[in-house]
Write a protein that binds this ligand. Structure first.
Ligand code: NAD
Length: 360
């Protein structure tokens, strides 16, 4: 059996962690008697240099054709320049569900003894919709005038404005996904996170819709938390939580928080899932200061690849790969700086150790 998979190395440490993941996937595929035909494609600044486009048509059509991709992080300039290619990719392919597990393994620098959480983040709407009005622009002045006239609210003239659309459709779709995920993965509880006390319409709609969907899934417990309280709850009592259902922005922030609970960003995988395809990637970014130095932890990307194998139906290979990562982390012999700061191994060496464990 051969699976066609699009590989987007991204940039920064993306090049190194995707190379490590590819090596591990090829090794586990050989053991489990299947093949991966990698279709390597560019996105981000590298693509701009090579093909004149940040997200080339060929990259999108490769994912559409293969329906599965493994992706490294892509740098987004802060406060200026182009908008996030990661967000554009998710929106173009309607990858509406972002699944971000945070599982604690022995051997990490975590402050906790047991963590097993999954953040299910709505991936298309909210402040990530990319609808913004720049300070001083004509449209911004019109919007400020509209708000003044129709809502009687004053917005300062020198403001920039970002819109936060949250639809009943998007909220229902992600809530159904979260409950289906909980049932399929023998999870007991879904906690919806919001700020509906302040954003009564947008977050209010998200919460109301999640509550309606919860009523159709009586076997799964349901509760909700206000996002600021949830941050404190996750730090103080993470064991109380299971599946955490969030709109886009809170999901992004809480999943990084959850990665901190399990020992850092180098250990946190993710999947972006839609009806037309799925893109698997570590939740971390391109960490420019570590790029090209063979220091980044490849585990998050390798665990994302294990999620990809699970999605492809190769459950044995997925589990073997995850177990090999767990064993290497538990031994703390050949691991990167975030797991063993004094005598760290490199990205390539840690990946080679994971391959070795697969074969033993
Ligand atoms: P980051 O995740 O790149 O790095 C933050 C810090 O986390 C790093 O300095 C490093 O100390 C640690 N870290 C991250 N990955 C690690 C790994 N694999 N091993 C060991 N340590 C690791 O976040 P940032 O610095 O805020 O963002 C850098 C760039 O990445 C920005 O341009 C941002 O837009 C982009 N980004 C991309 C994605 C994506 O492609 N999906 C996600 C997040 C950020």
């Amino acid at each position: 059996m051969t699976y066609n998979v699009t590989l987007i190395p991204g940039d920064g440490i993306g090049l190194e962690v995707t190379a490590a993941a590819r090596r591990c996937v090829d090794a586990v595929a050989e053991l489990f008697d299947f093949d991966i035909a990698w279709d390597e494609r560019r996105a981000g600044e590298e693509a701009q240099k090579e093909c004149g486009s940040l997200l080339p048509k060929e990259t999108l059509s490769s994912i559409k054709k293969n329906k599965v991709a493994l992706k490294g992080p892509i740098t987004t300039p802060v406060g200026e320049g182009f908008r996030s290619i990661n967000v554009e990719l998710r929106q173009s392919l309607d990858l509406y569900a972002n699944v971000r597990p945070a599982r604690l393994y022995d051997g990490t620098a975590s402050l906790y003894s047991s963590i097993d959480l999954v953040v299910i983040r709505e991936n298309i709407e909210d402040l990530y919709a990319g609808i913004e009005f720049d300070k001083g622009a004509k449209d911004t002045k019109e919007l400020i005038a509209f708000v003044g006239k129709h809502l009687g609210k004053k917005i300062r003239e020198d403001s920039a404005i970002a819109l936060k659309p949250i639809s009943a459709f998007g909220s229902r779709r992600i809530s159904e996904f979260a409950f289906r995920y909980a049932a399929d993965n023998r999870r007991k509880k879904v906690t919806a996170v919001h700020k509906a006390n302040i954003m009564k319409f947008a977050d209010g709609l998200f919460l109301k819709t999640a509550t309606e969907v919860a009523a159709r899934h009586p076997k799964i417990e349901f509760e909700d938390r206000i996002v600021d309280n949830m941050c404190m709850q996750l730090v103080m009592k993470p064991e109380l939580y299971d599946v955490i259902l969030c709109p886009n922005l809170y999901g992004d922030i809480l999943s990084d928080l959850c990665s901190g609970l399990i020992g850092g960003l180098g250990l946190a995988p993710s999947a972006n899932i839609g009806e037309k395809g799925a893109v698997f990637e570590p939740i971390h970014g391109s960490a420019p200061k570590h790029a090209g130095k063979n220091v980044a932890n490849p585990s998050a990307c390798i665990l994302s690849a294990a999620m990809m194998l699970q999605h492809l139906g190769e459950k044995g290979a997925a589990s073997a790969l995850e177990q090999a990562v767990i064993r290497v982390i538990r031994e703390r012999k050949v691991v990167t700086y975030d797991l063993k700061p004094k005598t760290p191994a490199g990205t390539r060496e840690m990946a080679a150790e994971i391959v070795k464990k697969l074969r033993k």
